[in-house]
Design a protein around this ligand. Structure first.
Ligand code: ZN
Ligand code: ZN
Length: 315
């Protein structure tokens, strides 16, 4: 039996790969919140946070529920408010379970929550968009459509809720996969926009923060279990159709060979971001159709919506 490196009394339940520490349940719980707090503090998120609203984008999965738990815990110390926001994409066999998980945890933590339907806003569900992709009627993969629409609604609705920050549950694995994907695509601008805080580059954009940016997916999973943030182990059925899926496998293989690899690479990429942030090209305007911030005359969400509605009308 390995004993906890911090208290030296309890049985260790997890190894922190980049610190070479073994932690027991109790010490890990404390470590988890402190790690997130340190991450946000370093990024200056708490310097003026008293009385402000942090809206946590909760999918109902382990990471976003952990983010909700962490923010609620820290809200007492720093005096800010926390609310949860869930986008219901209409993905059957997945979303109905995670909605239940969110409601249960939000009630337990005493956090108000809001659920927004994609179908109501856009006229179609992600299931319907996926069907069109598999039939060859649209060129966007389900994850592309879902990503664009989720980002769009999270920003719009959290802004309407009065959020100073939009908190997401992206863990180290998520953010590293995204960074590697952006490198592969040669999308330098997207690469330098990542990190712990994504600043608002337009008055209608809500700044985004990621408290779990330096927390491994495995740590996030264990934390959700020991804090009893019950969430079903359902993976979105469209995930294997993404490039992300393959990058994830690759990074996990590298981590297995070299413990702490993912953490060290993340730190290096963040350092790169800092140094190259001055090369950020700001080119946000407002979409001619919906008025939301957009890089082009018509935003991606409206572009997708128009195409899908046209295909559905002609069907
Ligand atoms: Zn301990
Ligand atoms: Zn638009």
């Amino acid at each position: 039996m390995t004993l906890c490196s911090i208290c030296g009394k309890e049985k260790a339940v997890i190894k922190i790969p980049y610190e070479g520490k073994y932690l027991c349940k109790k010490c890990f719980k404390k470590y988890f919140v402190e790690k997130a707090e340190k991450t946000l503090k370093k990024a200056n998120v708490f310097s003026n946070s008293s009385g402000k609203l942090f809206v946590v984008a909760t999918s109902g999965g382990k990471d976003s529920l952990n983010a909700l738990y962490v923010m609620k815990t820290l809200s007492k110390k720093y005096g800010f408010d926390v609310e949860a926001l869930l986008i219901n994409e209409g993905i059957s066999g997945y979303r109905e379970f995670t909605i239940k998980a969110l409601i249960k945890v939000a009630n337990r933590l005493n956090v108000p929550y809001r659920i927004v339907d994609v179908k109501k806003h856009f006229g179609f569900t992600i299931d319907e968009a996926a069907k069109l992709f598999f039939e060859g009627k649209i060129e966007w993969k389900p994850c592309t459509v879902c990503g664009v629409i989720r980002r769009y609604l999270l920003n719009k609705v959290s802004r309407e809720m009065g959020a100073s920050y939009l908190v997401t549950g992206h863990n180290l694995d998520d953010d590293l996969q995204t960074a590697v994907m952006n490198l592969i695509r040669g999308d330098f601008q997207a690469l330098i926009r990542g990190g712990v805080v994504v600043k608002a580059e337009h008055p209608k954009l809500v700044p985004r923060v990621r408290p779990l940016h330096y927390i491994y997916e495995k740590e996030s999973l264990i934390h959700s279990i020991i804090t009893e943030l019950e969430t079903p182990y359902v993976e979105c059925s469209y995930a294997p159709y993404s490039l992300r899926w393959n990058i994830r496998e690759l990074l996990n293989k590298l981590e297995a060979v070299e413990s702490g690899f993912k953490y060290r690479l993340m730190v290096k990429i963040d350092d790169l971001r800092e140094r190259f942030s001055k090369y950020k090209v700001q080119k946000f305007t407002e979409c001619r159709l919906c008025g939301e911030p957009s890089a082009k005359e018509i935003c991606k969400a409206c572009e997708i919506k128009l195409r899908i509605m046209k295909v559905l009308e002609n069907a």
